[in-house]
Design a protein around this ligand. Sequence first.
Ligand code: ZN
Length: 494
Amino acid sequence: MENLTFGTQRLVHLDLKGAPPKINFFEKFFPFIKDIGATGILLEWEDTFPYARELLPIGGLSNSAQATAAPYAVEEARQILDLAGDCDLTIVPLVQTFGHMEFVLKHEQWRALREVDDYPSSMCPSNGETMPLIRSLIKQMVAFHPGIQYFHIGCDEVWHMGLCPSCVKRVHSHKYGKAGLYLDHIVEVAQYIKDNYPNLKIIIWDDMLRNIDVNVLQDYYVGNLVEPMVWHYNSPETFQLGAALWEKYSNVFAKVWGASAFKGATSSCQVVPATKYHVGNQLAWLRELSMHAGKVVSFRGMAFTGWSRFDHYATLCELLPCSVPSLCLCMKTWLSGGYSQETNDCVITVLGGDVIDPDSVRSPATPLPQFSFPGWQIYVGFEKLISVRGRYKNIVESDQLSTWLNQWQIANNYTNPMQIDAILPAISELLGEVCGLENYLKSNLEMVFYPHTIDELLGTLVLPIKRRLAQIKADCETQRDLGCRVRGHKRIPL
Ligand SMILES: [Zn+2]
């Protein structure tokens, strides 16, 4: 049953940086999320958007398909929008306009716009070239998304603000100090959008507004310009927004959004989402809104965020296909107003199988489970990787290796053949399993992702394990061979 108490919108956030899925994945994914209750997509293209003309370099090194950033072709990007439209999903594009600007500021031609020259994250709002760049970003983005109602300008986590000489001067002379610097900028961005696209409603992440005094927010009339999206990804134990915040926002804004998380909000190198944690986050939000809902003027709805990297340079965290079970559980929990056995049973039906318990230890012989949701083969592949990686860590960090096959012993050929004979079969078996898993992942990842993503994933998660095991295996074989000919650490001449 649909719970309309807490808004009518349920946006699924697609953070496309690093792991943009191929179009055929969206063909299945969009109808799937529509079925489980999504009403729209919060679409964060980052460097995957086919920027043109003066913004062309944002899409990576234009001549290198293997670059870390590879934008969608214009036709592909259009197809994504068409597919979402076919499912009646509202598109809310998101483009960062203050912080998290690495995808732009890493390029030499925009380096001068950094607030801190060494760090490519935040833009300097005092630089005369900053607004022309932002206007270009917004113009191209809006032009590509005809018929949109909402536009998200990001503006969260502006790590560096008021640090360059011009900004230091402004902060000192501004009656609201740093808060004034922030608000001046977002008002300028929002005003540009209002002037040029008067029908667009503008959304902004709220974290930078949280500590700004209500009178200052009112003085700027920010409530006339933007709708805050209040993000909080914690579990019930550490969830803290509180009545005062809602009261403040209700005095400033007519409409407020919430944002929870279904992936990319626990460990920065998490492989498969901690579903219990994310379901807990939904429960915390439900509790928060029940307790303080009366003070919120009007709640538009929720964005279920799914981050793909903690920042532009961070390693990839959970992939979208690995996170479909978590998304499903989060959405159903939200819609049911709580989590129960019934919620769980409903999700099992939708997924075509039970969510894998991350704590379960499966023997290598256990066949991979089967599901029916889009990308499930990748999900089970990465679950398998977690299990293999656990066994790998147990072996390489074992007393057995430290005691009978350490680096000094290998260098000095001081090894006990009996121990080598015990270590070698376990290493060979695990290496065989890793190679099998690598092939499985490669062939299934190719169905959903582009080569640069697969290269990064395997190079980060699988190849180091494979190389290390192959080295240990080679060391074992060398030592076993030598074992017949050495005594102590003095080699006996043949
Ligand atoms: Zn500055």
